[in-house]
Design a protein around this ligand. Structure first.
Ligand SMILES: *Cc1c(COP(=O)(O)O)cnc(C)c1O
Length: 337
């Protein structure tokens, strides 16, 4: 079989949620937008609900509808995008809670539970202080929330500025408040308020460095060949053998989310032995220098406990979130718990 295997450790996701929950002052929700960061919201959602998570966040009403089908009636499902034109039937049918982002969305929403998203300085989503002031007296949201722009940099001055802005905007509010995603949980209790909303930390990504490792990606070896000194490998001849080499061709490429830029500095692993990725990453294939292995491997891991989504992301000049959410549809997905 040339199909690569993506192993997702559900027990590690649950353990990461529990440890973030233990750190959080109040309730801990879970962000499962973008199909649980590419790892499968329909599996991850129920596992977290079973562990005690009562509030879930998605980006779109459509994601909320899909999630409701697997979670059943109990948990709250909140939608960051708020109430967009055309969302009303989905919101009502699946009992979704939009995070209303503007006075226009307040008018559009009418009846039904809702939250309010405030802009405390990121200037991406949420009501400005003046908009909030103009509507707040008539509102009874489930909770109010805002989002930090720089929480992954603990010493960034923006964190304190947003904390102050959010505190000021929510003075006198009697409903629960929420400010922290993963980075905000790590910033400490001042940032927790009543509800935290971690995403990336659940899936083993930075900035939650104490997270348990979640994702292993194993690529089958299709061929192994001898390459003479001076011969080249792959598109563009960018790699040239400086010694007689053994080159393994593995199944997986940029069509599977292993973007070409990962080729800059990454290795693949045979057990804990690193084998350099050589030549260009192509659509379906990657070539690896296995000269120093004593045996011929049948598969090589590109993501494991040593080379995490963040390691790979750094090599590729991106972030773990992007590597995770790009993981392709061609993998055989295996959940372990
Ligand atoms: C994605 C998102 C989160 C979760 O962020 P992480 O950094 O993945 O923990 C929380 N709140 C909002 C508004 C988001 O968009």
């Amino acid at each position: 079989m040339a199909q690569a295997e993506l192993t997702i450790d559900l027990a590690a996701i649950v353990a990461n949620w529990r440890s973030l929950d233990a750190m959080s002052a109040g309730e801990t929700a879970a962000c499962v937008k973008a199909d649980a960061y590419g790892l499968g919201a329909e599996v991850v959602g129920p596992a977290l609900a079973k562990a005690g998570c009562r509030t879930f966040f998605v980006a779109l009403a459509e994601e909320g509808a899909t999630l409701r089908k697997v979670l059943g009636a109990g948990p709250r499902i909140c939608v960051f995008g708020g109430h967009m034109e055309g969302d009303a039937p989905l919101m009502a049918e699946h009992n979704l809670i939009p995070m209303l982002n503007s006075p226009e969305q307040v008018l559009r929403h009418g009846a039904g539970a809702y939250g309010v998203q405030l802009d405390s300085g990121m200037n991406r989503l949420g009501m400005e202080p003046s908009e909030w002031a103009s509507v707040r007296d008539g509102l009874t949201p489930e909770f109010v929330m805002s989002h930090l722009a720089c929480a992954d940099e603990a010493s960034h001055i923006m964190n304190k500025q947003q904390l102050a802005a959010f505190t000021e905007m929510t003075e006198g509010v009697t409903v629960p408040r929420s400010l922290a995603a993963t980075g905000g949980v790590l910033l400490g209790a001042d940032y927790h308020f009543d509800l935290t909303r971690p995403g990336i930390g659940l899936y083993g990504g930075a900035p939650y460095s104490a997270a348990k490792h979640v994702v292993t990606l194993s690529l089958p070896v299709i061929q192994v060949r001898d390459v003479a000194k001076g011969e080249t490998v792959g598109y563009g001849n960018i790699w040239k053998a400086e010694r007689a080499s053994r080159i393994a061709t593995v199944s997986g490429g940029y069509a599977d989310g292993l973007i070409r830029a990962v080729g800059r500095a990454s290795s693949l692993f045979h057990g804990n032995k690193a084998c350099p990725l050589v030549g260009r990453v192509s659509m379906d294939l990657i070539t690896v220098d296995v000269t120093d292995l004593t045996e011929t491997p049948t598969s090589l891991d590109i993501l494991n406990g040593t080379q995490t989504v963040d390691t790979l992301a750094t090599a590729a000049g991106t972030i773990g979130y992007e590597i995770l959410t790009s993981l392709g549809a061609r993998y055989a997905r295996r959940y372990v718990s």
